[in-house]
Design a protein around this ligand. Structure first.
Ligand code: PGA
Length: 252
């Protein structure tokens, strides 16, 4: 596991965007070789998405041969796969989503966010760590946290969601989890300093061979000083992953 600690939200977002950009460029996507990218919703990735749009506009990054799973707004809609929470048969919708991921050859990089209760995607506490895409009842903590997207009105917040499973994300070749803000500090502590536990589903990624947690200083507030110093001491190594920032030529 890598833990990348940046001073603040903007720098963490930029680091994550550079990492995604380099992964895609190095993959050399093409007509017969799409890059499959898993993307989170929520407010955390917005800064990262803004940077990706910048790289795209400046011609450094093309999404022409990128397939996204979950929500994304920069690519051809044919290549963007979003779970439909209004589908008539919700389980069939979830099964079809898993099938599409398989058909795409699996996910190359799954970018995730977490909730203060340690959920990854909407895998709330107690979710099976081998779960697949399915319908989940949301925890009250999540409903409260999401009320900001529904005029602060709890009665408007959906109580159920379709979500990829922990197992779905674990199958990705690489996982990058964005964690920013003091309200996520306890979850980051549970994610990396204690054991794998289904009550903190993000902790499952301790057992993934390639996970990068990207966080800001505020999110490290519950970590041991020793942990923070150790990973900060590795920043010169981690920064080589994003510096130089690779660029695509237009024809790519
Ligand atoms: P947030 O949501 O990025 O808006 O904090 C993350 C989540 O609940 O998974």
């Amino acid at each position: 596991m890598r833990l990348v600690i940046l001073d603040n939200y903007d720098l963490a977002s930029e680091w994550a965007a550079k990492y995604i950009c380099n992964c895609i460029v190095k993959f050399k996507p093409g007509q017969d070789r799409y890059f499959s990218l898993g993307l989170p919703t929520g407010s955390t990735p917005l800064g990262c998405y803004k940077k990706l749009i910048e790289y795209h506009k400046s011609g450094n990054l093309s999404f022409k041969y990128v397939k996204t799973f979950n929500m994304d707004e920069y690519v051809d809609p044919n290549n963007a796969h979003i779970l439909d929470g209004n589908a008539e048969d919700l389980q069939a919708e979830c099964d079809a989503f898993e099938k599409k991921i398989k058909e795409a050859g699996g996910i190359d990089l799954f970018v995730g966010g977490i909730g203060p209760d340690g959920h990854i995607a909407f895998n709330e506490p107690g979710s099976s760590l081998v779960s697949r895409t399915r319908l989940k009842t949301l925890a009250m903590d999540t409903i409260l946290a999401n009320a900001k997207y529904f005029d602060g009105d709890l009665s408007k917040v959906p109580t159920m969601a379709l979500t990829v499973g922990v197992g779905t994300v674990m199958d990705a070749r690489e996982v990058m989890i964005l964690i920013t803000g003091a309200h996520k500090a306890f979850a980051l502590y549970k994610a990396i300093e204690e054991g794998v536990n289904h009550m903190w589903t993000v902790s499952a990624f301790q057992q993934h061979p390639r996970t990068i947690f990207v966080c800001d200083e505020d999110a490290t507030l519950e970590l041991r000083v020793k942990t923070v110093k150790y990973f900060k001491g590795l920043m010169h190594v981690h920064n080589k992953l994003v510096d130089p920032l690779y660029s695509m030529t237009e024809e790519n």
